[in-house]
Ligand binder design. Structure first.
Ligand code: SF4
Length: 406
């Protein structure tokens, strides 16, 4: 039988989808594209980060049903958790499973296909997951859920409270990943820094797994990125000089309305401390444009603050209203046209900062992990500090860390 998985949203969803696919494949299924014909089961792992994500999920489900009217379509993920009835109303959907039942998709689908109850169709408290999709880089889920309840975010309602995958499970998953020849692991989660008992113990345990040459942390809240953790990472570990940190706004008043747990002083001090210990690190920074009440002057403060801390890249999100969140009920909703202008200004700034960062490395020798073929005759990969490098394709370099002159 054929299984297809369609995934939207974050790296955590991709890691979980990969583990769901493996459960089916281990039991004799062949994995195919969700947009091919002849699919028997299709799992759609949804996202609800913006209204656009919800719409995209509905369109994908319709497209899959049209191509494969007889397929069992099981829908899970954040959108499925928050708007179950909306998805159940779509033609062709056989099963809608909330986030906490993701780990039970395989037995529940088999139960429906075979028409007999399956004893282990029980929701798991936390569903360990890792992706094997790429030969060179794997995403390993270390944590799920969030206790922070930022005023714009629906994720704590969809994924529940913070839970952690035990360290021993993570080490054995990392060993399994290394056994497949993968060289780099990206740690994912909803709020990784909130790992039960401290993330540092996970980093230390994973650093000892042989075969894995590089680690990255996908995203970490600035208040949870401790000096102890930074010092340890800087002491010559496999963790790369690359941090993804959500800023969201460079204006303290906006940060307060967002219920973020830091101010710009704390954020800047973390960046300074990391640079003092690790040099010219690649910082990818999340920013929200047009949060309710964000005035022109507050947005200007954000632009100035970003220039001051000078990250290498911005991940930009126009604010999207999410039902049930505090920000959805706030006064001063920013018109879409203003959000669009602010997104453009941030995009320009990001291009400029990225160019500045990368140009500092022109002529230097860097180690690149080449991941695969791109654009026909080229191959692509990343340096330790996350600069994208492309050069003529050479099959013997794929999956290896190679020194190149930038
Ligand atoms: S930290 Fe805030 S933005 Fe991130 S998942 Fe938790 S509530 Fe959402």
């Amino acid at each position: 039988m054929r299984i297809a998985i369609a995934t939207l949203g974050c790296k955590l969803n991709f890691a979980e989808s990969s583990s769901i696919a493996q459960q089916f494949v281990r039991n004799g299924f062949t994995e195919v594209s969700p947009y091919s014909k002849g699919v028997d089961v299709c799992v759609v792992n949804t996202c609800t980060v913006t209204e656009h994500s919800d719409k995209k999920c509905r369109n994908i489900i319709r497209r899959i049903h049209k191509l494969n009217p007889g397929a069992l379509i099981a829908v899970t993920g954040c959108y499925a958790t928050l708007k179950k009835a909306e998805i159940e109303a779509l033609d062709g959907v056989s099963l809608v499973l909330e986030q906490d039942k993701k780990g039970s998709i395989y037995p529940l689908c088999m139960e429906m296909l075979e028409g007999s109850p399956c004893s282990d169709a029980i929701a798991e408290h936390i569903f360990p997951a890792c992706s094997y999709g790429e030969r060179t880089r794997s995403f390993l889920k270390v944590q799920d859920g969030c206790n922070y309840f930022c005023t714009y975010c629906a994720i704590p309602y969809a994924r529940g409270r913070s839970r952690s995958v035990p360290v021993e499970t993570l080490v054995s998953q990392a060993q399994e990943i290394a056994g497949k020849g993968v060289k780099e692991i990206v740690l994912t989660g909803v709020n990784i820094g909130d790992y039960d008992g401290g993330l540092l113990k996970v980093l230390k345990a994973l650093d000892g797994v042989s075969g894995i040459e590089r680690y990255r942390i996908s995203s970490i809240e600035p208040n949870l990125l401790t000096e102890e953790m930074i010092d340890w990472i800087a002491s010559g570990t496999k963790f790369q000089p690359h941090f993804h940190i959500p800023l969201q706004s460079g204006c303290d008043k906006t940060l307060e309305r967002m219920h973020r747990r830091y101010d710009t002083d704390l954020f800047a001090s973390r960046i300074d401390y990391i640079r003092s210990r690790m040099g010219d690190v690649f910082f990818g920074i999340d920013v929200i444009a047009g949060f309710p009440g964000e005035t022109d002057s507050e947005f200007s403060s954000t632009l100035s603050f970003i220039r001051k801390i000078s990250p290498a890249f911005l991940h930009i999100f126009p604010y999207s209203r999410r039902k049930g969140t505090l920000a959805d009920k706030m006064e001063g909703q920013v018109p879409e046209s203003v959000k669009t202008q602010r997104v453009k200004a941030l995009e320009q700034l990001s291009d400029e900062l990225h160019q500045q960062y990368c140009s500092r490395y022109v002529g230097s020798v860097q180690k690149v992990l080449f991941e695969g073929r791109v654009k026909g005759s080229l191959m692509g990969g990343y340096t330790g500090n996350y600069i994208r490098v492309e050069r003529p394709y050479d099959a013997s370099s794929i999956g290896k860390i190679v020194e190149v002159v930038i």
